[in-house]
Ligand binder design. Structure first.
Ligand code: WT7
Length: 704
């Protein structure tokens, strides 16, 4: 257990370890912060001058124009509207040309199999992006068209995103762990004209036949009256298939590239059907499907960027919504670019010689802002990792850190807790001496995990930036700065530049000093989302209605006597599993899709590794019996409807659910039952208090 004094203690940065820091002291942070919130137009205006704008001479009048108050009309946020730029041009052309970084490595790609790696320089990346932008043009893609991207963590994912940005198309990246249903839902919602996917990939020792899942999604989408015309398929796992096949045929040996070696082993050990696996038996529709590689080989490496308005759409990224339907968070060109770039620079104290590694998947906002956009805007060298922390063993992260001499490392509390379980030895076997700054994101980090990260991984040398933010905010909101902010384990500390947090009570009154309540933000920062794609009204109700004049995060928060912010977790019907938000409603609707289920209620439950997990109460229809097989089927149902991250840990039989007179299920009580906490508080509003005992009694045999 972490002692209270340890948690309350301030962990001071050691400035001598970051001598060139952009913000070398707390006083410097305060000075810059004050300017950023008192004179946001000047502060961000200076930042904007470091980017390329098509019309020179500060074409932005007004620089910022917005309404944050729903009682005064429509909510809108516009930064630098009227100014023209191109994000891809700023990330690549400018770095290659003006900054002469053409030969600098943009990404070291590290495959799932150790030894399988590649690198790409800024110059090569620019050429590939131009080629793919031309491919998109050749397929009739125009500015404003939506493109869905369903790819594993490979270089083509970054290339596809930037090619979209180059021609003004709007990308919608769908995490490759999502199911066919989830992909289909996202395809339909944004009405994309084209899908980009890959043949297959390994995640740890698990083969994912991505094209097969994509095909299922495309079929579903067609059945719903929305047929896509093209599907571009990256030959990833099969990229050296022919050579591999020949080798197996020749001597049965498996001496070629690491991922194929793995595949061959599977074949030989008869884990897969036959060597046919090397040509994944993906259904191939010649009218619809085209290989990425075939299209690229004929495409020109030059492509004029499309000059976009600062407020044109850059991308859509879906995040869970409390209604159960994912929300298409929309970010625009200028503000997002400034914010991702600036937060990356300051929060990781980026220096030109850094080797930076963010372990998030690009399918989440962390990967968008802090693998693709932020690092490239700064001309940084990053590691892009395809695999998982525990494959081939739980030392993989540390060995990658040593292999590339990673200086700045950004991961999630859930990964830290997982690796903690394997003990210190595995970490200490590796040097890690290159490390300078550590970061976390996704959920509150428990002080035990923080201290382990600090002491064992960083050897008390590296500051930890605990970054609080959201898909909707585009970039970091509350975070320490590595050389400036004294840290407290578990606190995201202070606001980033331009961010004005407040804590309000249920009636929307701002609380001063030490306080706990709803976390809201008072004025726009450049990275804030502009709308929910195709549903501006839902945007206004979700984020601006509850407390007029504020952006509402949906998180609870406490401010301590020193002004430090502590996120206490979600206060809406959302839960955070391994750093990924899910809504209880979307899991309930997946359960209700099963023929045996008449009612379902899902609550969040503490979990030692995942942070939170899903505890589901189901009421069965007459004639159905609750068995282990049924519980397994229900888990599978949720997995297939949403994806593996949503797999419930517990399914409990509930003959009925506790409800209020108006029929509302009291999830508060269900949470207590799940935790076997009999301190239920007021239950007088229930119509069926008698059910409670029965639900407690059903508890014990729930972990099936
Ligand atoms: C929610 C946003 C931001 C990228 C990853 C998740 C929780 C995120 C922290 C943190 C405490 C955190 C919040 C937030 N969260 N980072 N450092 N400390 N909580 O993006 O899926 O949009 O989820 O994640 O609850 O609202 P997301």
């Amino acid at each position: 257990m972490v002692q209270p004094e340890e948690q309350a203690r301030l962990y001071r940065p050691r400035p001598e370890l970051l001598p060139a820091a952009h913000v070398p002291s707390l006083a410097d942070y305060r000075r810059l912060y004050r300017r950023s919130v008192e004179k946001p137009q000047e502060f961000w205006g200076d930042v904007a001058k470091e980017f390329y704008w098509k019309q020179q001479q500060q074409p932005w009048v007004p620089f910022l124009w917005y309404n944050f108050d729903a009682t005064k009309g429509r909510i809108f946020i516009e930064w630098m509207k009227g100014a023209k730029t191109n994000v891809c041009y700023n990330l690549l052309d400018r770095n290659v040309g003006e900054k002469k970084l053409g030969d600098k490595v943009a990404f070291y790609w590290e495959g799932n199999e150790p030894g399988d790696s590649m690198k790409i320089t800024y110059g090569e990346l620019l050429r590939k992006v131009c080629q793919f932008a031309n491919v998109l043009h050749n397929h009739g893609v125009k500015k404003g068209d939506r493109i869905s991207i369903y790819l594993p963590m490979i270089l083509e994912l970054v290339i596809a995103m930037l090619a979209c940005a180059r021609i003004g198309a709007i990308h919608s990246v769908v995490f490759a762990g999502f199911s066919a249903d989830s992909l289909c839902e996202r395809i339909l919602d944004c009405g994309c004209s084209l899908l980009i996917t890959a043949d297959a990939f390994y995640r740890g020792d698990k083969l994912v036949n991505l094209k097969q899942i994509a095909d299922e999604a495309l079929q579903k989408s067609k059945d719903k009256g929305f047929p896509l015309k093209k599907c571009i398929v990256v030959k990833h796992l099969g990229r050296e298939e022919i050579a591999a096949d020949e080798e197996i045929a020749a001597d049965g040996a498996c001496s070629q590239s690491p991922p194929l070696k793995r595949l061959c082993q599977d074949v030989q050990e008869k884990k897969t059907e036959s060597s046919q696996r090397l040509h994944p038996k993906i259904p191939w529709d010649p009218h619809m499907d085209v290989w990425w590689q075939d299209l690229m080989s004929g495409a020109s490496t030059e492509c004029e960027p499309e000059w976009c308005d600062s407020e044109d759409e850059l991308f859509i990224l879906y995040t869970s919504g409390s209604t159960g339907k994912p929300k298409g968070v929309l970010h625009t060109v200028g503000g997002y670019m400034l914010y991702a770039a600036t937060s990356f620079k300051y929060v990781f104290d980026y220096q030109p010689e850094d080797i930076y590694w963010c372990t998030a998947d690009i399918g989440w906002i962390t990967g968008h802002s802090y693998i693709t956009y932020g690092p490239l805007a700064n001309g940084a060298t990053s590691v892009l990792f395809e695999g998982i922390p525990t494959y081939p063993d739980a030392g993989r992260m540390w060995s990658i850190i040593d292999k590339y001499k990673v200086t700045k490392f950004y991961t999630a509390p859930t990964a830290i807790r997982l690796l903690m379980k394997y003990g210190e030895e595995l970490v200490k076997k590796h040097s890690r001496k290159s490390l300078k700054v550590l970061g976390t994101v996704g959920e509150p980090i428990n002080p035990e995990a923080w201290l382990w990260y600090y002491r064992v991984v960083g050897e008390e040398r590296c500051p930890i930036v605990d970054t609080f933010w959201q898909t909707e905010t585009g970039g970091h909101m509350l975070t320490p700065l590595p050389a400036a902010t004294p840290m407290k384990p578990g606190s995201a500390t202070f606001p980033f530049f331009g961010v004005v947090p407040a804590i309000v009570n249920e009636s929307g009154e701002e609380l001063e000093g030490e306080a706990e309540g709803y976390l809201v933000f008072k004025q726009p920062w450049p990275g804030i989302m502009r709308t929910l794609y195709g549903n501006h009204q839902q945007f206004e109700t979700t984020y601006f209605k509850k407390f007029p004049g504020y952006y509402v995060t949906g998180d609870g928060c406490r401010r301590d006597k020193d002004g430090y912010y502590w996120i206490t977790g979600r206060i809406d019907d959302m839960l955070n599993v391994s750093g990924h938000l899910l809504s209880t409603a979307e899991v309930e609707s997946a359960l209700l899709g099963h023929a045996a289920v008449s009612e379902a209620a899902v609550v969040s439950h503490p979990h030692p590794l995942k942070g939170e997990c899903l505890y589901c109460f189901v009421t069965l229809k007459d004639g159905h019996e609750f068995t282990k097989d049924l519980a397994d089927e229900l888990k599978k149902q949720v997995r297939e409807k949403i994806g593996p991250i949503a797999t419930p840990d517990y399914i409990q039989n509930a003959p009925s659910l506790p409800k209020t007179r108006s029929g509302k299920i009291t999830r508060r009580i269900l949470r207590k039952i799940a935790q076997n906490d009999r301190d239920l508080g007021d239950i007088s509003t229930l119509v069926n208090p008698g059910i409670i005992n029965q639900l407690f009694n059903n508890r014990c045999d729930t972990k099936l």
